[in-house]
Design a protein around this ligand. Structure first.
Ligand SMILES: *Cc1c(COP(=O)(O)O)cnc(C)c1O
Length: 449
């Protein structure tokens, strides 16, 4: 290990590169591409030590909803801090977790009335998988234990969640540790052949799924999907028709449907839950990321009366005995409650219709740029792909584009050749325009240099 002799002389970045092992990073790349030290945030802006401003166009990994250092969320957390910061949730309860659970249940109109908590998204996925598996055991169907997931899907990186993830770069090194799953065609609308619609692609994908279900349903516990947008899978978008068809098939073949709304929930898609676009409710719905407004680690898995009741028994082992130390943390629940209150009192979903239109306008240039293709948008997520013919180096493009964007004062992180923005719901029309123009400049520099 490199020892920094005088930390006062070293920069924050040097000290970080010495002592912090950063996530999702080949650390050696930082020899040539920048690590950014942030000391302050306000609204959609991040600030470094020198006070340089950076527009957070990806909501700090899709977590932030209402800006950094939001006064209402700050105040709610500060007030809760004076009451109780944390207490275990086994054998105990507290006002924030009760209120949050009631509010979330009400948002599903009681269809998913039971909320189980954890801290990170991957843990919420683990909970859904385990609950489904355990449910079938309790219902004398122990053979139903395999999971179905989508090509190009992402559900987190703990071993259970990684097993149902189909992103090679995250998965390949750990394949030997992962359970076997069925991976079926993604309904990614970009697959549409000439004359085909997104609904056609959805129907074809559902037909393939039906063949699997027909043959293997006795062995299948659940199917997991990211409704409408496979975010980590390069913002691949699909028609809500797919969700309707999958819901029907799951009912017909007695297979649970897990909707992983960790990224697309909390208004990202244009409705609070992405499943609402298809007018369906899954058996399990996971939330994290935006639920605490990007403030504190919080995740949860919501489920139905039917599933809850199956575990309700005199026998301890029939219970769902899963736990995490910080399950239902009061501060995190308070942040989430403050967010739900902002949704209600500030008519956020209504206002986001205009914001989404602003976003489309700010990136209208990308629709006619011949170096780009597959321009797409779902609510507050907008993406397009750089054609491979326009790229000099596919591997280094994301890092180069990231660096050029920083120089233009915007934080974006392309995934492969996909450029996307997913900003907090607080940008002014002018900031949105500024973002579109800065991304365009950064892209031109990256492709021309
Ligand atoms: C980010 C994400 C996860 C994992 O959440 P973590 O908090 O990173 O563990 C799971 N599913 C989806 C759809 C995600 O986008």
């Amino acid at each position: 290990m490199k020892v920094i002799s005088d930390p006062n002389q070293a920069t924050l970045v040097d000290r970080s590169l010495t002592a912090v092992w950063h996530p999702c990073t080949q650390m050696k790349h930082h020899e040539s591409f920048p690590l950014v030290a942030i000391t302050k945030g306000k609204g959609p802006w991040l600030y470094d030590e020198q006070g340089n401003a950076l527009l957070d166009c990806i909501s700090s990994w899709w977590t932030n909803l209402f800006g950094h250092s939001n006064p209402r969320i700050n105040q709610a957390i500060t007030e809760q801090l004076e009451k109780i910061e944390h207490v275990m949730l086994a054998g105990f309860t507290h006002p924030p977790v009760v209120e949050l659970s009631e509010k979330l249940a009400a948002l599903t109109k009681g269809n998913l009335g039971h909320v189980f908590y954890a801290s990170d998204g991957a843990s919420a996925v683990e909970i859904a998988l385990k609950m489904s598996h355990h449910f079938w055991q309790l219902n004398d169907k122990p053979k139903k234990k395999k999971f179905v997931c989508l090509e190009n899907g992402y559900h987190g990186e703990t071993l259970g969640a990684l097993a149902v993830t189909d992103v090679a770069i995250f998965r390949d090194a750990y394949g030997a540790l992962l359970q076997d799953v069925y991976t079926v065609a993604s309904p990614d609308a970009r697959k549409a052949k000439h004359g085909e619609s997104a609904e056609d692609v959805a129907r074809h994908a559902a037909q393939e799924l039906e063949q699997l279900f027909a043959k293997e349903h006795e062995h299948i516990a659940a199917m997991i999907v990211e409704p409408l947008v496979q975010c980590a899978g390069q913002m691949a978008m699909h028609s809500p028709e797919y969700l309707r068809l999958v819901k029907g098939l799951c009912e017909r073949y007695q297979i649970h449907l897990i909707a992983d709304e960790i990224a697309v929930g909390c208004g990202r898609s244009g409705k609070f839950f992405a499943c609402e676009h298809a007018e369906i409710w899954p058996d399990f719905l996971t939330l994290s990321k935006g639920i605490s407004g990007g403030y504190l680690p919080l995740s949860l898995c919501m489920t139905s009366d039917e599933i809850y009741r199956t575990f309700y028994s005199d026998q301890t082992k029939h219970g769902f005995l899963h736990s995490h130390s910080y399950t239902g943390n009061p501060l995190a629940c308070t942040a989430a409650l403050a967010c739900l209150e902002i949704f209600e009192t500030e008519k956020v979903l209504e206002k986001n219709i205009t914001r989404a239109q602003d976003l489309a306008n700010a990136f209208a240039w990308a629709k006619s740029d011949t170096r780009l293709e597959h321009w797409r948008q779902q609510g507050m997520i907008l993406a397009f792909d750089v054609k491979s013919s326009a790229l000099r180096n596919t591997n280094t493009f994301p890092r180069e584009m990231f660096a050029k964007s920083l120089a233009e004062g915007v934080l974006i992180r392309p995934i492969g050749n996909t450029i996307y923005v997913m900003p907090p719901y607080v940008l002014s029309a002018q900031e949105t325009e500024q973002m579109g123009a800065a991304v365009k400049r950064a892209l031109n520099q990256t492709l021309n240099d």
